[in-house]
Design a protein around this ligand. Structure first.
Ligand code: URA
Length: 430
């Protein structure tokens, strides 16, 4: 490909606040993915974008170029509507584990290509790998077979290297150059991967609060709007729910403990906040897929549980196998009588990470058994000395560090706290 574009002109233009042309963007992303543009120049452009932003046309061109760097899966042979969900990540966010079989049980195929946890938020694949035998690697052909299978209709797998490879390189570079926290760069990164997986519709769960990637409402909302716009522009029906992440979702945070809690919900029990968020997302997914089914019924009558069992078995897992449990436990107790006013999601997420459930680098192994159980949550009345958090790990020497992360995380006051809504806003393109 001959082009008159060169990296230095593109960097200078963005640094000065000029609008980049489609050709400049297309060329830059392709040249960086092919190794023609070096990291130094890509890092300079990312920093210029961090400060100058990208206009709507530039962002659309940037995302399209990232998509074009790899394959876009063709799910047309699946033979039923497809819809996926993506969460921006939170603490105790095991919703995908329930939602995927639940929506499949309502007749819509769910191609859920997921990542692993990084930092204080957990990853779906790490959680499912706590199930003996379960494997995250599924070939594209097998994925389509599972989605088309009337008894499964879903897949939860690692995204293959061929999907949006430009993002793999750019994300790694952003991670080490202080350019992660940019709305256009985050939106294009997430959406290029989700659009590449071939889903017809997508529901985004954008978390807001201390345990969220972008804690502040105004930024999370802007990100949600940007992503919905990008999805719609690429022909993917897209909506976003802004949901509360000031305290952990459900009562369990960690890998095996979150699988256990998900199975409780599929069996008809489990914490109400987790059920409510899952059902709200499921309803929106079914609406976008044009399917008139009530997911609460599929949860109640056991159809979602049947799908879970089929889905786990299809990927080598044994749904009946006991999950691993931690060798050591420690309890954090209430320091006074009263009502819990705050249970900081970020602190709990960091404690879970310090107990061994998370990784600092992509190649690190994670502990299946490490985690935190919340015996009490915001609004609960506690007595001094009552257990609030139960810490789990195989390495008891980790307890001290986890406790440091939890300092100041639990606030207990004398008066009841007003109940806060879990679903804060729904954003659609209309
Ligand atoms: N998740 C992604 O995939 N990309 C980002 O930029 C941020 C979160």
């Amino acid at each position: 490909m001959t082009s008159t574009v060169n990296a230095l002109d593109v960097i200078r233009a963005k640094r000065s606040g000029d609008v980049l042309t489609d050709e400049q963007i297309r060329w830059f992303i392709a040249a960086y993915t092919d190794g023609v543009v070096p990291d130094e120049q890509a890092a300079a452009l990312l920093m210029a974008i961090f400060f100058q932003g990208l206009g709507p046309d530039e962002l659309a061109a940037w995302t399209t170029a990232m998509l074009a760097s790899g394959d876009r899966l063709d799910l047309s042979s699946v033979g039923r509507p497809t819809v996926d969900k993506h969460s921006t990540g939170g603490v105790g966010d095991k919703v995908s584990l329930i939602l995927c079989p639940l929506v499949a049980a309502c007749g819509v195929a769910v191609p859920q290509l997921s990542g692993r946890g990084l930092g204080h938020t957990g990853g779906t694949l790490d959680k499912l790998e706590a199930i003996p035998g379960w494997r995250a690697d599924v070939s594209n052909e097998r994925m389509i077979e599972m989605l088309a299978d009337p008894d499964i209709g879903a897949v939860i797998a690692a995204a293959g290297a061929g999907l949006a490879p430009a993002d793999r390189r750019l994300y790694a570079l952003r991670d080490i150059t202080g350019t992660v926290e940019s709305i256009p760069l985050i939106a294009s990164s997430i959406m290029s991967k989700k659009i590449a997986e071939g889903t017809e519709a997508l529901v985004l769960d954008v978390k807001i609060g201390s345990g969220a990637f972008l804690p502040e409402y105004v930024w999370a909302r802007r990100l949600a709007r940007t992503m919905v716009g990008l999805g719609e522009a690429e022909g993917v029906r897209t909506a976003a729910l802004l949901t509360e992440m000031d305290q952990p979702l459900g009562r369990a945070a960690g890998n095996a403990v979150e699988v256990t809690e998900s199975v409780e919900v599929l069996a008809g029990g489990g914490p109400q906040d987790l059920i409510d968020v899952t059902l709200a997302l499921a309803e929106k997914m079914l609406e976008l897929a044009g399917v008139d089914e009530d997911p609460a019924v599929a949860l109640r009558d056991g159809r979602a549980m049947d799908r879970w069992r089929a889905l786990i078995s299809a990927q080598g897992g044994d749904p009946d196998a006991p999950l691993p449990t931690a060798r050591a436990q420690d309890t954090v107790v209430a320091e006074s009588d009263g009502v819990i006013g705050r249970l900081d999601a970020l602190a709990v997420g960091q404690a879970v990470w310090r107990l061994g459930a998370g990784r600092a680098r992509k190649e690190d192994a994670v502990s299946a058994t490490a985690g935190v159980l919340c015996h009490a949550k915001v609004g609960d009345t506690v007595r001094k000395g009552a257990p609030v958090l139960e810490l789990h790990t195989d390495e008891p020497e980790r307890f001290a560090d986890a406790r440091v992360a939890l300092e100041g995380a639990i606030e207990i006051g004398p008066t009841p706290v007003p109940e806060r809504p879990l679903i804060l806003e729904t954003i659609t393109s209309g």
